[in-house]
Design a protein around this ligand. Structure first.
Ligand code: NAD
Length: 294
């Protein structure tokens, strides 16, 4: 049994902390929102009165927060309060620069740290089937891997500090660009009189096949579980896709990479979100592209 502090008990953090309890660990949690603390307490997560209180006695500290500014603020509080020898793991999706700043804070006190963003959404968080993309030193990875494995199905060590966040935003940039490509193909197919099923049957078994098409097909019919058959209820919300595409473009700018399709995908998703669709699944972008024709 490991003593774990879990800070940020929202849609993802709540069920992740609950899975650590189910795995037999002692978990002490904190969230600013009392309702999140209460929901986690019902799953066996002991409620702390503050982030600093939560980390007292913890061998591993996990944070699951909205954005880089929250991680920087919380880590500034908890690093000085953490036990000597503790491992700090941030699972939020944040900018690479903030992730590296968090690692530096921990290193300043001689603490091990990992950035370990996830893929798999709330379904993966509940079912402990997340994929963790991990950045940090080898010894920190060895210390964190067994605990991350209780919250997910795959734990990949991507490299040094920030490499987990880098892998996450590169992967999601592929996903955003791909979904727009798939959606454009269906919209063109509609104009050419092609049925959704015919295009799906060909593309899913030909060179156009990819995970987004076969899992998140943006038109109703071919993939019964896809959001298109359920009123585009997320799934993976447009707001989160836009967040990740925006992070990819910030990273591209600061690293001096040119990502013209990533930039265009971010623009299209931003326009879609500004039209009031941020809460719809990211595959609903097909409805926006269809509308451009008229
Ligand atoms: P959420 O908003 O549901 O949860 C974040 C929690 O952090 C909230 O409960 C909030 O009260 C808490 N919080 C904020 N500041 C705090 C502070 N100073 N101290 C303590 N608690 C604080 O968000 P979420 O959906 O759980 O996402 C968390 C992270 O995971 C985000 O970075 C998101 O991009 C990433 N992510 C989300 C999904 C998803 O499908 N929801 C998928 C992959 C990655």
């Amino acid at each position: 049994m490991t003593s774990i502090a879990f800070i940020g008990l929202g849609n993802m953090g709540g069920p992740m902390a609950a899975n650590l309890v189910k795995a037999g660990h002692s978990v002490q949690g904190f969230d600013l929102v009392p309702a999140s603390r209460e929901a986690a307490a019902a799953e066996g997560v002991a409620s702390a009165a503050s982030a600093v209180e939560a980390v007292a006695g913890a061998e591993i500290v996990v944070t699951m927060l909205p954005a880089g500014k929250h991680v920087r603020a919380v880590w500034a509080e908890i690093v000085p309060a953490a036990e000597p020898g503790a491992l700090l793991v941030d699972c939020s999706t944040i900018d690479v620069e903030s992730a590296r700043a968090a690692h530096e804070l921990a290193a300043g006190r001689g603490l091990k740290s990992l950035d370990a963003p996830v893929s798999g959404g709330t379904v993966g968080a509940k079912g402990a089937t997340l994929t963790f993309m991990v950045g940090g030193a080898e010894d920190a990875f060895r210390a964190g891997e067994p605990v991350l494995a209780r919250m997910g199905r795959r734990v990949v060590h991507c490299g040094g500090a920030g490499a987990g966040q880098a892998a996450k935003i590169c992967n999601n940039m592929i996903l955003g660009i791909t979904m727009i490509g798939i959606s454009e193909a269906f919209v063109l197919g509609e104009k050419l009189g092609l049925s959704h099923q015919a295009l799906f049957d060909v593309a899913s078994t030909s060179s156009g096949s990819c995970w987004a098409l076969t899992t998140h097909c943006p038109v109703p019919g071919p993939v019964p579980a896809s959001a298109a058959n359920h009123g585009y209820k997320p799934g993976f919300a447009t707001d989160l896709m836009l967040k990740d595409l925006t992070l990819s473009q910030e990273a591209a700018r600061s690293a001096g990479a040119t990502t013209p399709l990533g930039a265009r995908a971010a623009e299209l998703y931003r326009t879609f979100q500004e039209g009031g669709h941020g809460g719809e699944d990211y595959s609903a972008i097909v409805t926006y592209l269809r509308g451009l024709a008229s």
